[in-house]
Structure formats: C-alpha cells, structure tokens
Write a protein that binds this ligand. Structure first.
Ligand SMILES: Nc1ncnc2c1ncn2[C@@H]1O[C@H](COP(=O)(O)OP(=O)(O)OP(=O)(O)O)[C@@H](O)[C@H]1O
Ligand SMILES: [Mg+2]
Length: 322
C-alpha cells in the first residue's frame, strides 16, 4: 500500500495505490486572488490542507496509517516553497510511522501513469502548465525529443486568459470560449522538434487589443498551438518508430487537443492513450503509482538524503525501476 504526496506547484494532492490500482486520489488547489501563483503563498496553502487531505485519502482507500508500506512524494521539479511543504509533511509522517520514503520526479509520474491504462513503450506528449515536452524512453532514460523553447503550453494559455481578465487556470475557460470562435492565422513556430509560443502569445494579445473577439482569439490560439504540438509529436513517432502515444499533463484535459492527437494517431496506425482527467492534472495518485514502481526495486531514500530538486529535468533522471 503506497501513499503518494504531490506538491510541486498549485496543487496539494494525496493518492493511494496498491498493486497498480488507484484506491484514492484527493487534491486541493491553491487559487491566487489576482495574477499568477505566489510560490510562498502556495506553500502555505499546502501545509494548511495537508493533514485533512491525508486523512481523506485514507478514508477513501478504506485503510489506516498502519496499512501504509511507504510514502512517495514529488521531490522535483517545481516551486521550491511548494516542494518544501510536501517534503516536510512527508518527513514527519515517515518518521512517525517508521516507513520508507520514495522520491518521485513529478514529470516522470505524469509519464508512468500512462502505464496504468495499458501503454507500454509510448511517445508521450507532456502538455502541462510549466512543461511542454515530447518524451520517449531510450537506454535507461526518458529522453526529451522536443520541448518548448520558452513558456509551457498551459502557462501560455493561462497568460492569454489572464490578459482577457479570465481567472487562473485559464485553459479550461479558453476551451469553452474557443467552441464559439473562428480561426485566424497566428505565428506558428516549430524548430526541429522544439516549439515556441511567445510569438503566438504576443500576436494573440495584439489582435485582442485591436478588437478581435475573445472567442476568435481562443480558437486561433488553440488551433495553432495544438497543431504545433501534434506536428512535433508525429515527428517523434516517425523517428522512434514507436507504436503507442500517450497524451498527459493538465492541458491534455482539452477535448480539442485530444481530438487532434487521436486523428494523428489514427492516420499513423498508432495506439492513442489518454488517462482520465483526475490523473492528468497534478495529483497524488500518479505519485503513488510511480512510487510503487520504485518500491518494487527497493529504491527508497534514507532520511538524511531527503531533498528537493526544483529544476531537475526529466532527462536527468536514471530510470532504474524499469
Ligand atoms: N481543458 C483544458 N484546456 C486547456 N488547458 C487546460 C485544461 N484543463 C487544464 N488546463 C491547463 O493545465 C495546466 C495545469 O496542468 P498541471 O496541473 O499538469 O500543470 P502544472 O503542474 O502547472 O505544470 P507541470 O506539470 O509542468 O509542473 C494549467 O495551465 C491549466 O490551464
Ligand atoms: Mg503537473
């Protein structure tokens, strides 16, 4: 029975996993009153909600603390005050219960959870707030075949939404708005397998200032940005020859992005996977699930070695549990 704690950014989440099955997955999101995330405030939020979410997860999984074998937590990458809040909480619990800790890389958890729905060796499009990466496993590491050269896709959507007075997170609002919009061309920037969103972001705001409707802006931004992601993903599939594709991260909740990826996979004869929404946005279940993979290989960490790594990249991690 592995319990997983997520606290890399806006969300504090606790999940429980047993033999690959998710038994609980609860979360609480920090919402800034205005503007973007204030890391210290988000960290305080996490500390405030941690205990009650922990208890709720135990209730949902119908277990007690005594049933827990190990605690997994997301040590990287993320906002330092948020990561620290999670680490302190987990350390206290592990000491109290006398159980080991499993350090899980958040981005890799977004990847590994694709296994829970059947993907074995996919190319993954990790489209979330801070990260946008096209990833596939090769020779002991999750290699990044392409990524954003500037802002993450979710943060790009959130920033455009914020400029239109839509609160954080703006992605879901833009999705609804886009349904009523028309497409206008915006800067489309794919460089090799990398993508760049700053030109699109600036142009979208210019067009809005010149009177383009919010619906048309939303539609044009989605069509352009998502097409860029699908193009780079398709190139990674062609290059690696892999036959599976996983769409993950918070932006993967978007039905338009899902439809575009599905169409590309169908055309290539590649199997498309996309986890359910509670496993796409930041959550503790994916941390518990990945933690269990580590636990099977006895990859626990001793308390003195416990630390956070706010900037550690996906491709810096040696995947020793596969
Ligand atoms: N339906 C949607 N359409 C577009 N974007 C969405 C949708 N739902 C959520 N998002 C976006 O997903 C992002 C949050 O995703 P997630 O929780 O995985 O990211 P994060 O933790 O901020 O980033 P990372 O995983 O890179 O650290 C936000 O930017 C939000 O706007
Ligand atoms: Mg995330």
């Amino acid at each position: 029975m592995i319990i997983g704690v997520e606290s890399t950014a806006h969300t504090f989440g606790v999940g429980v996993c047993h033999k690959g099955k998710i038994l609980a997955n609860v979360r609480d999101m920090y919402h800034p009153l205005t503007g973007g995330i204030i890391p210290i405030e988000a960290g305080k939020h996490h500390t405030a909600v941690a205990e009650s979410l922990w208890k709720q997860a135990l209730v949902d999984a119908s277990i007690t603390e005594k049933d827990i074998t190990a605690i997994a937590f997301s040590y990287a990458p993320g906002l330092a005050p948020c990561l620290l809040a999670g680490m302190r909480f987990v350390k206290t619990k592990a000491k109290l219960l006398g159980i080991p800790i499993l350090p899980v890389h958040h981005s890799i958890a977004h990847l590994e959870i694709g296994q829970s729905i059947g993907a074995k060796d996919p190319v993954l499009l990790y489209a979330s707030g801070a990260n946008t990466q096209i990833i596939a496993y090769a020779s002991g590491k999750y290699r990044i075949f392409g990524e954003t050269l500037d802002v993450g896709i979710g943060n790009c959507l959130d920033k455009i939404a914020r400029a239109m007075h839509i609160p954080f997170p703006g992605g879901p609002h833009l999705e609804m708005s886009a349904l009523r919009g028309k497409y206008h061309p915006l800067p489309y920037s794919v460089k090799g397998m990398d993508v760049s969103f700053s030109g699109l972001h600036n142009k979208a705001l210019q067009l809005r200032a010149q009177g383009m409707s919010a619906e048309d802006v939303a539609c044009s931004v989605q069509e352009t940005a998502f097409a860029m992601l699908v193009e780079a993903s398709e190139r990674a599939l062609a290059h690696t020859g892999k036959r599976e594709f996983v769409l993950g991260g918070g932006v993967a909740c978007n039905a338009r992005l899902q439809a575009m990826c599905k169409a590309m996979c169908k055309a290539r004869g590649v199997t498309f996977f996309c986890p359910a929404k509670p496993l796409l946005i930041d959550n503790g279940a994916m941390i518990a699930y990945t933690g269990e993979l580590l636990f099977k290989k006895k990859l626990c960490i001793s308390l003195p070695k416990l630390d956070i790594a706010p900037r550690e990249r996906t491709d810096q991690v040696s995947v020793t549990w596969k």
